[in-house]
Design a protein around this ligand. Sequence first.
Ligand SMILES: [Zn+2]
Ligand SMILES: [Zn+2]
Length: 601
Amino acid sequence: MADIAPMTDLEKLRHSTAHVLAQAVLKLYPGAELAIGPPIDFGCYYDIRFPQPITDAELPKLEKEMRAIVKQHQTFESEALSIADAVAFWKERKQPFKVELVEDLSTKGETQVTHYRNVTAKGVETFVDLCRGGHVENLKDIPADGFKITSLAGAYWRGDENKPQLTRIYVAVFPSKEELDAHMHMLEEAKRRDHRKLGKEMDLFTFSEMVGAGLPLWTPRGTIIADALETLANELEAQGGYKRVRTPHIAKGKLYARTGHLAHYKTSMFPPMQLDGEEEEYYLKPMNCPHHHEIFACQPRSYRDLPLRLAEYGHCYRFEDSGALFGLMRVRSLTMNDAHIYCTEEQFESEFMAVINLYLKYFELFGVEKYVMRLSLHDPAELGKKYVNAPELWLKTEDMVRKVMQKAKCEFVEVPNEAAFYGPKIDVEVWSAIGREFTLATNQVDFDVPGKVGLSYVAADGSQQVPLCIHRAPLGTHERFIGFLIEHFAGHFPLWLAPVQVAVIPVAGAHEGYAKTVLDGLLSAGVRAEYMDPGESLGKRVREGERMRIPYLLVLGDKEVESQSVALRNVHTKAQVTIPLAEFTQKTVADIQERKLHSSF
Ligand SMILES: [Zn+2]
Ligand SMILES: [Zn+2]
């Protein structure tokens, strides 16, 4: 059989549960036809063709049957069969998908397949499946309160829409009830914090059928967040010695042909444009590097110019499949917090380390407590196809990155066959406050393209050398990062990021004079304050402020006018305090300037 990584204990638990699900399905729906049942991130699924469509209402009964099965102490017994015997077996059982799977294995050169039978303590066979193995020893090892059928979905056999449509049943599977409960809670929270729902409620971004799918439009409020992130990046990058550049959204095809992007990324690029009277085709840019390389090459460079760090909030376009588009998480137009660092081999370590430290700084600012860095490596079997054919350079560069990570005492995991085509990369995965995982940022080392496009510098000894290039994007794209932040903060952004920071709410007409003074004071101190006039009832205005997740609502009535104070309501924590106006303004301005994660009141 083909080499596949052995299953972890958790994957065995999850995959074994798929056998339990299939067994329960055959018991309750005898004519059902089984396709495949692999383990996934949080559990397992099984693709099945039912004699009649199954509905959500039937799931509790199915789940009950599954619980009865795991209590029967069934074991797994394996048996090797010849292809012919296996085909006959599945034909007799009227399982056409299994027949196809066996025949498929045969065309791949297999001469035998394995069946796994579930057998009760009394020796009664209850279920058989075609399977590579990777199971718990006994079904009693699956905790009866550690799994739950979460949903039904449609799926095509072999993912091909011209093939039969199947029903996919998802089951969440965990080693304990506590872990299952935590997962179910996370799903519920994720639904409540869904960036598409909150984005609409808080008026942050929109999509228009007239503009096109996957092309987000940032409204004034959303633009404030994007601008605040950009300002932050500009400041930190200026401190880190980066220089900002700007480049056009389109370029000739030959630019991308030379870097290798056209060969490796063409299917993710928008189709070319042919301009009148011009022979060359133009493309929307899928990434900024080829443009930055031209800036590096626009004048002779010497070792004294290095490291040269070119940064841009570059606008890129990728032709994602329409079925893959998802809110801000997968879009066709994206704004990247991009930069390219051109450096010598000797400078590599400190430059790479500085980038890693930049990531850590961002995590601290946004309160990201859990993250993991993944070092993606090449696969020697894919050299010359998926990866540039330079075996020694791959090993050398991968080792350079590995050493820096170890030196920085950064925990990381190594993942084979996920590198960029021109070199190894570090992907950063972060967990939102509710424990959901996002891949946000990358940091890549390019040992190939600079030489390919003729970049060079004069070294101290007068020789011409090719620089290394580090591609880095710590905030990833505005789109995905803001989507992540909406979920992470449940829309309750820290003060410095909130589109509107303070709402000024006079109780009645008599308090408008004072309220206007408070508003003017805040606006001139640089606070994003909004006025909510007494045209609406107080309750309605407070609810509106809550819906928009404005961090501070200042309610101003007789008492406040008299004592020159503000009655403050923190929309997130629900805390209510009355404080002198001067103190409120001073602390709020400081919290914003310092980009505090938790504000003073
Ligand atoms: Zn199995
Ligand atoms: Zn790049």
